[in-house]
Every structure is written in structure tokens, then in C-alpha cells.
Design a protein around this ligand. Sequence first.
Ligand code: C2E
Ligand code: CA
Ligand code: CA
Length: 735
Amino acid sequence: MNPTRILRLTLISCILVIVSLISMQIQLSQLITQYLHQYPGIDARHLKDIILGLLIAAIMLLLFGQCQARRLYIVSLKLKKHHARHAHLLNKLPYAIAELDAHKVIHNSNDAFRQVSQLQGLLSIQQQIEQLFNQLEHNNYQQSTTLLQRFQTGEAPVISIEWQLHRSGNHFFLSGRNITQQLAEQDRLSISEKIIESTPIGVLVTGPDKRIQYTNPAFEQVTGFSSHEVEGHFPSILSSGKQGEDFYKDMYQTMEDEGCWQGEIWNRKRNGDIYLEWLSVTALKDESGNNTHYIGMFSEFTAQELVKEKLRTLAYYDGLTSLANRTLFNERLQCQINANTKKKLCVVFIDIDGFKRINDTLGHHIGDQLLVAIASRIKETCREADSLARWGGDEFIIAIEVSDSHRGISTFCTKHLQSLKQPFLINGRELSITASMGVSIYGDDANNTSELIRNADIAMFQSKKLGKNRFEIFSPAHHQELMESMEIENRLRLAIKENLIDVHFQPQVWQDAKICGLEALARWHDPVIGQVPPQKFIQVAEETGLINELSQLIYHVALKKFKTIQTLNPALGLSVNLSVSQLQDVNLVTTLKQITDAQGINPSSIKLEITEDILMSDLEQSVRNTGLLKEMGFQIALDDFGTGYSSLSYLKDLDIDEIKIDRSFMQDLLSSERNKAIIQAIVAMSKVLDIHCIVEGVETEEQLNKLIQIGCNNFQGYYFYKPMPSDEISKLFTG
Ligand code: C2E
Ligand code: CA
Ligand code: CA
């Protein structure tokens, strides 16, 4: 029965009893009064008091009973609540729980237990219970026993339950825990552990403080360090010292930025051996993004791999500068083309001006050192995204991406030109260089790697032509010019080989038209491309390195022909032009001397014409060469005077014998007072310095008269003679 009802009934019956007791007591008092009238010796009041006392005691007893009942009721209520909470709690538990008696009968169980029983069937549960009881009986002294049960229902995966039976007096508690996931996790972990323990890849784990926390057996195999030797240390314990601080800084920075780093690294083993390894480091982060561990995995390069690596380096990198080589550059450029970025892809070709001269004069050793320094200077000036390579010799190539093509290119090239202009300190010697750059733009004139590179090269040639130390962006006109120059080069090689270069002579005269000398001027009529002006083929020869061969041939032909003419007029002198690079050639002096001696001509009758540009390009070597040539008796003339620097200081330093006033002054000599004044000044100066002066390009009588008036007395020009073949010159003296 419901305890509340019992309590209510008890209360009502108590009240009824009390009421009936009180009415009983009233009636009893009346009865006693009537009855004791017969016995006057007995005091009725005493009897009544006794009955009243008894009544009060009975009421008290009833009230006490009622209080107890009430207390019992409250306790039972609390118990009920407690049970309910307990049941709720048990149902919430992820474990299956049941209470059994000594006869293995289940009395209480939670939801999880009921679920499990439903899943596998009560029979199966009973079997487990039976087995657990057996185990418990078998090990009499134990309080509890455990059993692992695996079962499968239908096609569902196998479920693993860990059952436990506890004894508590005559009661038994059965608990079952689903450990399917835990077992799978354990399996996985033990597989990973086995892999890490058995892999030939070295594994090293550090904490966030970068101190080593774990190493695997392969780590010990490779490095020779056991785990306990390195634990707590920094990975720098393996450092070989081959990589600088910057290397490690970059490495940690990349790890911070990208969460991982990969690359080759030289480390040191316990026995001191240095070895190359491929290292991959990953930073593990917690939910708030803080690094918790760094995991390093590495494998040592085997001898075979080292050879492969070496071959790869050889195949893709330049041995001297360590920059990428042509092959790698081409591959990278193709990738950039394929990437199809929104920016403009450009190829920049860089050629060092006059590098050959440095190599020839200072030796290849210095040349190589300079190239390495140039390579690193270019690399420093490049951005990370630029792809730089050594194209060969003194040529470098860079692929860049710019947003605003022309302005971007200009900024890039100017920055590099400026940077390369800063002197280099090689072997305690300061060397200054300049560079010529050519740029081609993908999509504008070139649509593949080879076109891009070729056009950049063409543009670079154009920069050279336009005065060096500058950059040019490719244009189709450059291409046309280059094609022409290439054809000239091919034909010129053949012409030199077959001695097809001729020399004409232009007489130089006194005021009275008497011939005092001749200027040898090279002539080339090619059977395929026809007549090529000397300025053009000499420039091509300069650019292609044919100049020395060509100049020797011209000098030889000129002297041979002059020898015949000189027999007709022994006082005659010969002027021969020297090109820019000739005067910087260390072998020039010996070559000229040999040819002159071979023809039996006295060097004093030869005047070597040099231009001011020659002086400016390498003053040191030019001064040395002119000094030596003068010592041998050759005379030196400064050609095209007035067009270049026209500095007076070197006229004396170089001990110049003659200056030739450039023919450009003739053009408006009659109308321009300025030109007249300049010629006047040059003539006056040459008199003071005791230097012979000759004016070239005299075409008219008026020009001649004006020049005579100014004070000139030596002339060369069409007004007198045009350049002529040697036999016609000979006729001038014979005929
Ligand atoms: P250059 O040394 O100034 O030679 C004089 C040039 O002026 C020659 O041209 C000659 O034909 C031209 N000339 C002479 N008188 C007159 C005149 O009255 N009016 C005009 N308009 N021109 C006149 P060319 O033979 O065409 O030679 C051009 C340049 O080619 C030479 O200028 C020289 O720099 C170079 N060159 C010629 N032959 C040789 C050579 O054997 N070796 C080297 N290195 N350069 C040479
Ligand atoms: Ca000349
Ligand atoms: Ca000249």
C-alpha cells in the first residue's frame, strides 16, 4: 500500500481512538460516580484521576506512534527519491550494470545492460555470467573477475565487451564495458608504434622547447646516438657546422610560416662522420595553434644516392657559381609558362661588358672569382620568386614576373645595373664592371621558352650595340638586325679563311696637295652578300671575337701592299686603324711587331690610329700597349678627335703624335661659327703640345680654304682623293 495512504489512515484512526477514548472516559466517570454511591468509603475522585492518567498515557502513546509513522514515511520518500536518482544515474552510465544474487538471478540492471542483452540475447549473457561465476569460484580468494567477450550480430562489426563481476557479500555486481573502439585504437597505435620502431627512417620528436623527447631505433642506427644520449638535448647535437646560422633561421622560419620544412642537410654522427640526409620536419599544433611537438624524419643518402645527387647537381647546376644551369632554367621557365599567371613573364639576359678582357689580362683564376661574386651579387638583388641561372661564360639569365611590364622591367633592370656597378673586391683588388641586359616578354613577341630566351639575347646584343651598361626590351627590329649580323658573321668567317679581305688606301696631303701619307681602309666584297661597309663588319667582328684574326689579316694585307707603294715613295707613311678591343689585347704589340718585321718595314713609318673610346674602355691596358708600341717606334694618332671625351690630359700622357679632327666638323664648317672655333682651338692646342694635326672629310675647296685660314695644313678627304686600290695609288707615283 502507498505509504501516504497508510500515514493518512493511521492519523484518522488515531483521532478516532482518541475521540472514543475521551467519550469512554466521560461515560466511565459517570458509571463510577453512580456505582460508588453504594460504597461511601471509596473516593470516586481518585479513581477518576487514575482513569484520566491512563487515558492521557494512551493518547500520548498514540501520538508517539503517529510521529514514528510520519518519520518512517519521510524516510521512505527519501529512499524512493534516492532509488530513482540512482536508477537514473545508472542508466546514464556508459557501462552495462546489473545486480545479481547468489543464484545468478538478475535483480536490477540499467538501460545499457538491457541494450546489450537485447543485442546479443539473454542466453549469451547468461553464459557470460556462468563463466564469470566459475572464474570467481575457481579463484576463491578474488573479489572480482574479468572476462572479454567478442560477439557479432548479423553483418555488423564485431563488438568487444569487457565484463567484470564483483562480489559484495551475498550480492554480485556485473558490469560490462564496450571496448571495441579502444581496442581498435590500441591496435592502430601499436601498428604505428611498430612502424616507427621498425622503419629505416630516422625519427626524432622534440617538445615545444625544441629539446629531444623521443628517437626511434633507426635514429640510433644512422647517427650512432642512443635515445638516452640525446633525450633532453637540442637537435643541434647533430650539427655538422656545414650550414650557417642563416640556414637554420630560414628553416625555423619556414616551419613557423608553413608548418613544415624539407630539404637536404649535412649532419654529424656520434663518431664524427659527416653525412648528408634528407630531412622533413613537421610542427604539430594544439587547438589554440601553439606548437606542441616538432617531428623530424630523415634518411641518410646512400653512396649510390649521393652519386645520383651529384649527377643531378651536375646536370642542373653550374659548377662554378652553384646557380641553376640552362637545363634547369629551361624547365623552370616552362613551368612558369604553364602556370599561366596574370602577371607578365619576362626573361632578362645579362652579359658582363668586357669580361673577356678581365679574363685575358688578370687570368682565369681571377675571372672565375669575379664570376662567383657577380653571381651572388645578382642573386642578392633578385627576389625570392625570380628564377636565376648562369647561361654560360659571363652570361646570366633571370625569369621574372612583373605586374606592369615596362615599368616593372625598368625598375628591375636599373636595380641590377646599379648593383653590378659597385666595385668587387677580388684578391684584394678592386674590380669594376658594367653589364648589358636584354629583356623579352612572354606573349608579346615570344610564345615559348626558346623564343623568349633568344629574344632576350637579341635585346641584350642591342644594349651592347647602343653603348653597353644599359638594358633594352626586345623589338622585331632588333631581330632583323641580329639576323643580318649573323649572316655577316658567317660570311666573314669564310672571307677571313679565304683571304677575301682587301685594303684600299686614301692619301693624306699637304696644303699644296702633295701626298704625305696613306690611310689603310679595309674593304670586303662578298660574293653572296655583296659590299659590306667596314664599320659594319668590324663591329660584327668585335661582337663575335673575330676581330683579332681579322685585324691581323688587314694589317698583313695593308703592309704587304704598302711595301710595294713605299718602294715608289720611301718617305711615305701609312696610317692603320686599330679597333676598340685590339688595343686591349695583350698580344697586340707582339703581333704588330712580327708582321711589320716580316714585311721589312720600319715601325716609324706606321701610324696606328686609335679612337678616344678605346682609351676610355680600359685606360690601363691601352696606356701600357701604346707605351710599348711607341718604344718600338710606332707612331700613335688619335682618330675622330672632337667627338668623344677630347680630354687634353691623356694627349700628353699617351705621347700622341697626331690628332685627326673628325669629319663631322666639316659638315657645316662654313656656316657654323662654333665648329670653326672648335677647330681653331684644336689646332692651337696641337701647336702648343707639338702634336701633328690633320683634318679629315675635306670635300670642297671652300672647306679647304677655310681650314687653311684657320691654320690647318694637313688634309684627307674626297676633295683630294677617295680611298683607292693599291695599284691606282701606285699609279699616282709612277704616272
Ligand atoms: P675612319 O677611320 O674615320 O676612316 C675614314 C673614313 O672616312 C673612311 O670610310 C673614308 O672612306 C671616309 N672618308 C674619307 N674622306 C671622306 C670625305 O671627304 N667625305 C666622307 N663622307 N667620307 C670620307 P670607310 O672606309 O667607310 O671607313 C669607315 C670606318 O671604318 C673608318 O673610319 C674606321 O673607323 C673603320 N675602318 C675602316 N678600315 C678599318 C680597318 O682596317 N680597321 C679598323 N679597325 N677600322 C677600320
Ligand atoms: Ca681612321
Ligand atoms: Ca676618322
